[in-house]
Write a protein that binds this ligand. Structure first.
Ligand SMILES: Nc1nc2c(c(=O)[nH]1)N[C@H]1C(S)=C(S)[C@@H](COP(=O)(O)OP(=O)(O)OC[C@H]3O[C@@H](n4cnc5c(N)ncnc54)[C@H](O)[C@@H]3O)O[C@H]1N2
Ligand code: MOO
Length: 463
């Protein structure tokens, strides 16, 4: 680390979130549509020349990606073949069968409190040996008898109620009395503090419907109801191929070479979208390199970065042609990211081609990879929502713009440094705002796409 980097690290320790945001949010007289102080180049919202001639409209592109697995032969549901997995591996997956109770819950009459199981009205003679949770049946109580009982313990037959420990006292002869706190001393209401068998469910009851996302409480519910495994849609297997000979895996940029920003960004983001990342590779710019990489990979979804345009070493389109792949989306009317593409390589195998510019790649990820993976994994669609934008956002004349925003109270604050080659804005963002062609005025409602970790949802499984 250089002295300067070390100093920056020290400074960063002192920054709170607001200060960090001040580095990327609107300040002074810049409009939120600017990409950077003095920003030009890097393609303003209107950059990139004229719209791609056959570009698919942004909403339609997402719909095509979502539908693709349902239409490509194979399973009409679109999702992958369900498997039974141990509870410990099911978090974030979707149930393909309703969760039916395998037992009554509680499965026996249970004490809800620590105290005494009593039979009939008090006072009661207390039996010597108490009842602890996890022990099997005890002898029935006789009228006027009590036994010490723990929360969760099985109720002895002929118990009429449980008297909480703080509501009873024993005299020196070991006789138990209900104290004044029970309002009507000597009596406890029938069934008090007993959880009857089947109170929550009977064996066979439907606890959760098909399509439920497995969350931590679902895992707990399934375990309580007797499950060791759950039948779920497995995670789609994704591979990441990072194209470009100009990319470095470590160190500082030099001699026209730059750091690969997408190799570190994509795998955890794909995991947050529900994928299992099975392969991350750098693929060189030689003519056959991508073809070779694709033919040696059996992932459900291959995500490539770079090489989508028409430059001399942009191999994605020619390789797809050589493979006889079906192009489902070839360019989207969105900025950044318009050269993104989606192809079906063969039945059940997809390629999402992300542009090389890093924010353009993020745009392709949320536009094409997210809905595709969602259908393959049978995950529920995120709830759409809108918030008013705090500031105006410059629009593209024809294309939708995706602009990093920070959520502050009930407003979305557009962030600077949102040019296609920049990650500085999105690195501080909570969501991407969908800005329609022509732009948005201050206070105008914008649709927001939460970044998968920002909502604190189940997407936060990076493992
Ligand atoms: N004549 C035209 N040129 C370009 C157009 C166009 O319409 N006509 N579109 C521009 C737009 S918009 C984009 S986006 C890019 C897409 O290009 P590619 O997908 O072919 O990507 P590359 O050329 O390989 O790279 C573009 C840019 O991004 C950098 N890059 C690539 N990979 C990474 C990475 N893993 N980490 C960091 N940076 C990366 C690369 O060095 C380039 O600077 O095309 C425009 N050109
Ligand atoms: O405008 Mo490009 O699609 O840089 O992202």
């Amino acid at each position: 680390m250089t002295a300067r980097a070390a100093r920056a690290g020290e400074d960063a320790d002192d920054l709170d979130v607001e200060e960090a945001l001040a580095l990327v949010k609107d300040a002074h007289d810049r409009t939120a549509g600017d990409h950077a102080p003095g920003g030009h180049g890097q393609g303003a919202g209107t950059s990139g020349g004229s719209a791609h001639r056959d570009a698919t409209e942004w909403t339609e592109a997402r719909a095509v990606a979502e539908r693709a697995p349902r239409l490509g032969g194979g399973r009409s549901t679109g999702y992958l073949t369900p498997v039974a997995v141990p509870l410990g591996s099911a978090l974030g997956l979707t149930l393909t069968a309703p969760l039916l109770a395998l037992t009554d819950l509680p499965s026996f009459d249970t004490s809800a409190m620590d105290g005494w199981a009593v039979s009939g009205p008090g006072p009661w003679d207390v039996r010597e040996k108490g009842v602890l949770a996890g022990h099997s049946a005890h002898a029935p109580l006789t009228d006027g008898e009590a036994v010490r009982i723990a929360t969760g313990a099985r109720i002895p037959p002929d118990t009429t109620a449980v008297l909480r420990s703080e509501h009873g006292r024993t005299d020196d002869k070991g006789r138990l009395f209900a104290t004044a706190e029970t309002r009507a001393p000597h009596t406890v209401s029938h069934g008090q503090d007993i959880r009857p068998r089947g109170q929550e469910c009977r064996s066979g009851d439907q606890l959760l419907p098909v399509g439920t996302l497995v969350t931590p409480p679902v895992l707990g519910m399934a375990a309580a109801a007797g499950y060791d495994t759950l039948t779920v849609v497995p995670r789609p297997r994704a591979a990441v191929f990072v194209l470009g000979d100009e990319l470095l895996g470590e160190g500082l940029p030099h001699d026209g070479l730059i750091r690969d920003a997408l190799g570190p960004l994509l795998p955890p983001w794909l995991r947050a979208l529900g994928a299992e990342v099975v392969d991350v590779r750098r693929v060189g710019d030689q003519k056959d390199a991508l073809l070779k990489a694709l033919t040696s990979c059996d992932a459900d979804v291959v995500v490539t970065t770079g090489g989508t345009a028409a430059g001399p070493v942009d191999h994605v389109h020619p390789t797809l042609r050589r493979l006889g792949a079906e192009l489902l989306v070839d360019g989207v009317a969105v900025r950044p990211g318009h050269p993104m593409l989606l192809a079906r390589i063969k039945e059940g195998r997809y390629l999402v081609g992300l542009p090389g510019n890093p924010l353009a790649a993020v745009s392709g990820l949320v536009t094409l990879a997210e809905p595709l993976l969602r259908t393959l994994a049978a995950r529920p669609a995120p709830e759409g929502y809108t918030l008013p934008l705090r500031d105006a956002v410059q629009g593209h004349p024809y294309d939708t713009r995706l602009v990093p925003v920070a959520l502050r109270g009930d407003r979305a604050l557009p962030l600077l440094y949102n040019g296609p080659a920049m990650l500085r804005g999105v690195a501080a963002a909570d969501a991407l705002a969908v800005v329609p062609p022509g732009g948005a005025k201050p206070g105008q409602d914008a649709e927001l796409l939460d970044l998968p970790w920002a909502s604190g949802g189940i997407g936060v499984c990076f493992t």
